[in-house]
Design a protein around this ligand. Structure first.
Ligand code: HEM
Length: 396
């Protein structure tokens, strides 16, 4: 294929739950294909499960923000190196140093200990929803606030500051907000986070930020880490909870599986993660020339890694477009792969394993309150999902 034949990133979804249809054909015929980026860059799009994992595991592909091009029209400023502490956009060894400081805070054991607290937070939100009565917006009443409360408690963000952080993080995640508005939300959030870090240093409490003040990290590094965790932990899980519920309501037979076999919640959550892949793509840039899937990726070129396409690869998951909560969906790439693989994945799993079954048990007659076509989809956001999910149920 000549450079002129480069495609643009397919983004039109045939249904709210399926990736753009063109990707299946592309994965079959050209799993690494030339991609035209809106800023004029010519790079690549990778769609097969095997190649996606290969790129994410290969240190010759960099996550540094100053090297990357974004495959969608996006007004985020490219070309800036990650600020101190924002290790999501750094390579080893800088990345390794920060990541090691945090892995102890996110162990499976620590997250299991948190399970009871997360279950209580979930029940409190369901109580409030029940008291309020039907109908409700599931995003506002359930999916958005639960991960927000959890991450704020974990970090030690005081109650009165949580709503402000949530609003600022939402502004930052929008793809359609003017750059100036994003910059002011970013600066305001950074200032609040710095104040919070200074308060924790002066008067440590039993939370993650206080714990991290004992390390040799500066206030700026700590503020940026807190900022990154808030950003990473809010929208992702919230969208999985809301979009996952929408999907289950459209698949009553699968919903019945989850309801009747609560012991299988962990497997069901993996399948929902695989099937929905709320983070559509990741980007990496080649530090040197790399042979990949029979193509030459030249030094400096950006590779877009399509997570939903990889998760629907029939070479890895038989009959991949069928939702099957009983399948073994392990090996999906919804949490990424390699050194940057999601640090909060155990936390997210606990939230979802508690969330879906508790919601379904509390409201046995839960259903959509509008026609499915009226559910507003987050096609305008960097993380996919629904803006609102109007639901109703028979009140007792
Ligand atoms: C369903 C929910 C979630 C999904 C689908 C998700 C997905 C991802 C993905 C795909 C990456 C890799 C990014 C890359 O390679 O460039 C990532 C990284 C990360 N995630 Fe998550 N995430 C979720 C929840 C969370 C939560 C709850 C937290 C924390 C509080 C969190 C914190 C992080 C952090 C800190 C990184 C960066 C890790 C690194 O660079 O080493 N995530 N996540």
């Amino acid at each position: 294929m000549a450079e002129t034949e480069a495609i643009t990133l397919p983004t039109r979804r045939p249904t709210p739950f399926d990736p753009p249809s063109d990707l299946a054909e592309l994965r079959e015929s050209r799993p690494i294909a030339p991609l035209a980026y809106p800023d004029g860059h010519r790079g690549w799009l990778v769609t097969s499960h095997e190649l996606v994992r290969e790129v994410l595991a290969d240190r010759r592909f960099s996550a540094r923000s100053e090297l990357r091009h974004i495959p969608i029209a996006d007004n985020r400023q490219a070309g800036r190196p990650a600020p101190p502490g924002m290790f999501l956009s750094m390579d080893p060894p800088d990345h390794t140093r920060y990541r090691h400081l945090l892995t102890g805070e996110f162990t499976v054991r620590r997250m299991r200990l948190l399970t009871e607290r997360i279950e209580r937070i979930t029940e409190e939100h369901l109580d409030a929803m029940e008291r309020q009565g039907p109908p409700a917006d599931l995003v506002e009443a359930f999916a958005a606030p639960i991960p927000a409360v959890v991450i704020c408690e974990l970090l030690g963000v005081p109650q009165e500051e949580r709503e402000r952080f949530r609003a600022q993080a939402t502004t930052l995640m929008r793809a359609d907000v003017p750059q100036e508005e994003k910059i002011s939300a970013y600066l305001a959030m950074q200032a609040h986070m710095t104040q919070l870090v200074q308060a924790k240093r002066a008067d440590p409490t039993d939370d993650m930020l206080s714990g991290l003040t004992k390390s040799d990290l500066t206030d700026e590094e700590l503020a940026n880490i807190g900022f990154m965790l808030l950003g990473a932990g809010l929208d992702t899980t919230a969208n999985m909870l809301a979009l996952g519920t929408f999907l289950l309501l459209r698949h009553p037979e699968q919903l019945a599986v989850l309801r009747s076999e609560s012991g299988r919640a962990a497997a069901a959550v993996e399948e929902l993660l695989r099937y929905l892949s709320v983070i559509p793509f990741l980007v990496r840039s080649a530090l040197e020339d790399v042979e990949l899937g029979g193509e030459l990726v030249k030094a400096g070129q950006t590779v877009t890694i399509h997570l939903p396409a990889a998760n629907r690869d029939p070479g890895r998951f038989p009959d991949p477009d069928r939702l099957d909560l009983l399948r073994a969906a392990g090996g999906h790439v919804s949490f990424g792969h390699g050194v940057h693989q999601c640090l909060g994945q155990q936390l997210a799993r606990v939230e979802m394993q508690a969330g879906y079954p508790a919601l379904l048990a509390r409201f046995p007659s839960l259903r959509l309150a509008v026609d499915p076509s009226e559910v507003p989809l987050r096609t305008d956001m960097l993380i996919y999902g629904v803006h609102r999910l109007p639901v109703t149920w028979e009140a007792k």
